[in-house]
Design a protein. Structure first.
Length: 155
């Protein structure tokens, strides 16, 4: 397998793993431990359990796919700045999960809020989006490649 292919698998696998990990953490923390919300709030408890179960199945599949891609990519130290790419793209994937889930589910579709029973539920929704933006920016900062290094890679 060529260096370019390994690098792409590392980037995609890390992104998918980060996306799935933040999805799993959302399900575990907000759905199960804190019981703040379910995927679909406007249904009875059995409907909430089913919707959360489908969500957990999707995040589990995402985690497995990310893990397989990283396994196929091989050792990240075999790729120039591979560990930075691994960590950076993991954070980017997690940040994108929070941003997409927050914008689509909390704001556009309004199928649930982070904490609908709070005095100010919008603050929880905005904090969720802010955490996604912070993760995304951190990932971009971690994986950054200086121009001189990019020029060296293309030679």
């Amino acid at each position: 397998m060529g260096a370019y292919t390994k690098r792409r698998l590392l980037q995609i696998g890390s992104f998918v793993l980060g996306f799935g990990f933040l999805g799993a953490m959302d399900g575990i923390l907000f759905h199960q431990i804190l019981q703040w919300h379910s995927v679909i709030m406007d249904t009875d408890r059995s409907g909430q359990i089913v919707s959360d179960g489908i969500f957990h199945l999707a995040t589990t599949i995402t985690l497995v796919v990310g893990g397989v891609l990283l396994w196929v990519a091989g050792n990240p130290t075999d790729v120039h700045r591979g560990v930075r790419l691994l960590v950076g793209w993991f954070f980017i994937g997690g940040g994108i999960f929070n941003l997409v889930e927050g914008i689509i589910n909390h704001h556009l579709l309004q199928i649930h809020r982070v904490r609908p029973d709070a005095d100010n539920p919008l603050m929880y929704d905005l904090a969720f989006l802010a955490s996604g933006a912070i993760l995304l920016l951190a990932g971009l900062w971690i994986k950054r490649v200086k121009k001189t290094e990019t020029e060296q890679l293309s030679v």
